[in-house]
Design a protein around this ligand. Structure first.
Ligand code: CTP
Length: 397
């Protein structure tokens, strides 16, 4: 969605990693982007222009002139929203530093008015060479963005630093750095996600089945709509590919409470999707509890309620949204939570709905708003549910 109709110009230079650009173009085109390719003549030995033009659905530009006709590199750089040079070879890097204009890719670079980003690819020793590092520093100063090289298997057979970022990583970088919208820019969003673990002894805990999927999907949606996002993450089985999302890892409900309260004063919108344990053992055994009697009783004590604390302390310009996961009396319980925790809205999901709740990739929600409105949504993937919730919040009055 965020790449739809975005214009991406890819410049390919002579490097073994050029084969990965085939996959990258497929990813970008599938996501709705328009892709054009310009390549150095030497890079034709590494990837076929026919494949590139077929996948990008555009002619590939290789020479400065074609059949006595001048290729308009100036327009290419103006057409693009971003010019990605990937893979970036040592040779083209050196040309960028010195402003050489001996091929169409360099002519395009020197006339590009759009942002330029490069994904270097070279062997480890070349990458670490003082000249390369000096050249990278120079183009960075010139305003070019660098997609970090990976550590891994290299064309030489050695393993080390210098491998070009993977197509998925490059696509994520482009989305994150160039195509986030501004809907929530300047807004600080705080999300709690995952389950908490309440220690019984050094090896055991009380926990739940939460995976953090819904919270992470919400965080990514807010982030792609321009927000500064912090996740207070308990036990989760998911991760985010977006480097700009801040994650604070916690284990217990007490830790989640402390981290959330600390971050709340600078928060505009808090969405509490975590499955916080309601109770914790009154005492935590210092040693592993040994198996003895047939029965074992644990005494539990109530945890502090994070949502209720935020609901009671929030300022007028702060919005606090909670979740309610119910197995019965859904409507009544959601309304009770809305009122008792002083939330601005409660997102209800019921375990009675097939495909909703923990572990699934889908969810079916209803949003109960403080103003009395109730909105019901269909069963959808959690990424789509996140869009519905974020849109609801964007329109919240
Ligand atoms: N919540 C919280 N702190 C707690 C318990 C819950 O912030 N100690 C938040 C959850 O993140 C969620 C909302 O409160 O946004 C409702 O959580 P839920 O577990 O459904 O409700 P409880 O208040 O725990 O009530 P019950 O378990 O009795 O349904």
């Amino acid at each position: 969605m965020y790449l739809k109709n975005k214009k991406i110009l890819i410049g390919i230079t002579a490097s073994i990693a050029a084969y990965k650009i085939i996959v990258l173009i497929r990813l970008l085109v599938k996501a709705g982007a328009e892709v054009k390719v310009v390549m150095t003549p030497a890079s034709k030995d590494f990837v076929s222009p026919l494949v590139l033009s077929t996948l990008s659905k555009n002619n590939v530009v290789i020479e400065l002139a074609n059949n006595n006709t001048w290729e308009n590199h100036v327009i290419l750089g103006r057409w693009a929203d971003v010019f990605l040079i990937a893979p970036l070879s040592c040779n083209t890097l050196a040309k960028m530093v010195n402003g050489f204009c001996d091929n169409i890719l360099m002519a395009t670079y020197l006339s590009a008015t759009c942002p330029v980003v490069v994904a270097p690819a070279m062997d480890e020793d070349m990458w670490h060479h003082a000249t390369t590092q000096r050249n990278i520093a120079t183009i960075t100063k010139d305003g070019v963005q660098i997609i970090a090289v990976n550590n891994g298997e290299l064309a030489s057979g050695l393993t080390g630093k210098g491998r070009m970022a993977e197509p998925e990583e490059i696509s994520t970088y482009l989305t994150e750095h160039f195509f986030r919208t501004k809907e929530f820019s300047q807004k600080n969003i705080l999300i709690t996600a995952g389950g908490t673990h309440e220690a019984i002894d050094p090896v055991r805990f009380i926990g739940n089945h939460s995976t953090g999927k819904m919270g992470f999907a919400l965080a990514e949606e807010f982030y792609l709509r321009g927000a500064n996002v912090t996740i207070i993450a308990g036990a989760v089985s998911v991760f985010t590919k977006y480097k700009g999302i801040k994650i604070i890892n916690v284990t217990s409900a007490d830790e989640m409470y402390a981290a959330t309260i600390k971050a709340f004063s600078k928060t505009n919108i808090a969405v509490l999707s975590a499955a916080v344990a309601d109770y914790k053992p009154t005492t935590v055994s210092k040693q592993k509890i040994k198996k003895k009697e047939n029965n074992l009783s644990l005494q539990l004590i109530k945890n502090k309620d994070i949502l209720a604390t935020l609901g009671n302390t929030k300022k007028k310009n702060q919005l606090v949204i909670g979740f309610a996961l119910e197995t019965n009396n859904e409507n009544e319980n959601a309304l009770n939570k809305l009122k008792s925790k002083k939330a601005d809205a409660i997102v209800l999901n019921s375990l009675q709905e097939k495909g909703a709740g923990f572990k699934t990739d889908t969810n079916k929600i209803s949003i109960y708003c403080k103003n009395g409105s109730i909105e019901h949504f269909d069963l959808k993937p959690k990424t789509e549910v996140a869009k519905d919730i974020v849109s609801f919040i964007a329109n919240y009055k």
